[in-house]
Design a protein around this ligand. Structure first.
Ligand code: F6R
Length: 241
């Protein structure tokens, strides 16, 4: 895994946006795997700025998000569907028909996972998968486990993830306990993986990923076996290495 050191959050965001931007320029009909959470917001802002300047064209880009909370409607302001519109899609010339996010309102996990596996398959491969990093090493919502997941699965969120994500909800009880997520196998099939991380809270898990063994107890550790994985992290996130 290649590590690119950034000075701070803004620098990390610009560096990540540069990599995504290069992907879109080199291949205008790229399939971009996108992420939600706090970390990628700065990169999205930068991409929007470059789009507004006329430097980027998303008209042919297709996107696929790794995850969605189970049970949240699309108009719920905590759904990832809502997040992607607010933070990126509403501000660029992407065709919304070309954007894909798991449907959190499908009640039956088997049906939901099968449907999303088919969506991912129909895209014919992900060119670049952007990912944030959970404090416990999760990628997408693939939580620490005994095995690496292959396809889309219904994840039971750990206490640590529920706690971390409660900052976006009025009370911790409102945080969904289940989420649909792309599997580790599908993430590993992406041509390139770009992980972004910022802040001191991510430093212990980055140390574990970089210096520890590859294990499903630290899902992101598998990225060390990916042929083209990049971690763009700021000084604080890299401070324990
Ligand atoms: C979001 C996702 C999660 C987050 C991770 C980090 O789509 O899949 O894995 O990327 O929880 O979140 P932040 O960036 O808020 O620290």
């Amino acid at each position: 895994m290649k590590i690119i050191a950034a000075k701070d959050y803004n620098d990390m965001s610009r560096k990540a946006a540069n990599i995504i931007s290069a992907q879109v320029i080199l291949k205008p009909d790229s399939v971009l795997g996108l992420a939600t959470g706090s970390t990628p917001i700065g990169a999205y802002k930068q991409l929007i700025e470059w789009y507004e300047k006329g430097d980027l064209d998303f008209s042919q880009v297709r996107t696929v998000n790794p995850d969605e909370y189970k049970g949240l409607t699309r108009d719920n302001d905590q759904s990832y569907y809502y997040f992607m519109r607010q933070n990126l899609f509403n501000h660029i010339n992407i065709d919304l028909a070309n954007t894909n996010i798991p449907d959190g309102m499908i009640e039956d996990p088997q049906e939901a996972c099968k449907a999303y596996d088919e969506v991912i398959k129909s895209l014919g491969g992900i060119d670049l998968q952007l990912l944030g990093l959970g404090n416990n090493g999760h990628i997408g919502f693939n939580e620490p486990d005994e095995i690496f997941t292959q396809g889309t699965n219904c994840a039971v969120l750990t206490e640590s993830t529920i706690q971390a994500n409660s900052r976006f909800f009025a009370t911790i009880d409102e945080v969904p306990k289940l989420a649909y997520t792309m599997g580790i196998g599908q993430i590993m099939s992406a041509e390139r993986v770009l992980v972004v991380a910022s802040g001191r809270a991510k430093a212990p898990i980055i140390k574990e990923i970089v210096e520890g063994p590859v294990t499903p107890r630290v899902p992101a550790s598998i990225l060390k076996f990916h042929k083209n994985a990049i971690l763009v992290a700021d000084e604080e996130a890299l401070s324990l290495l």
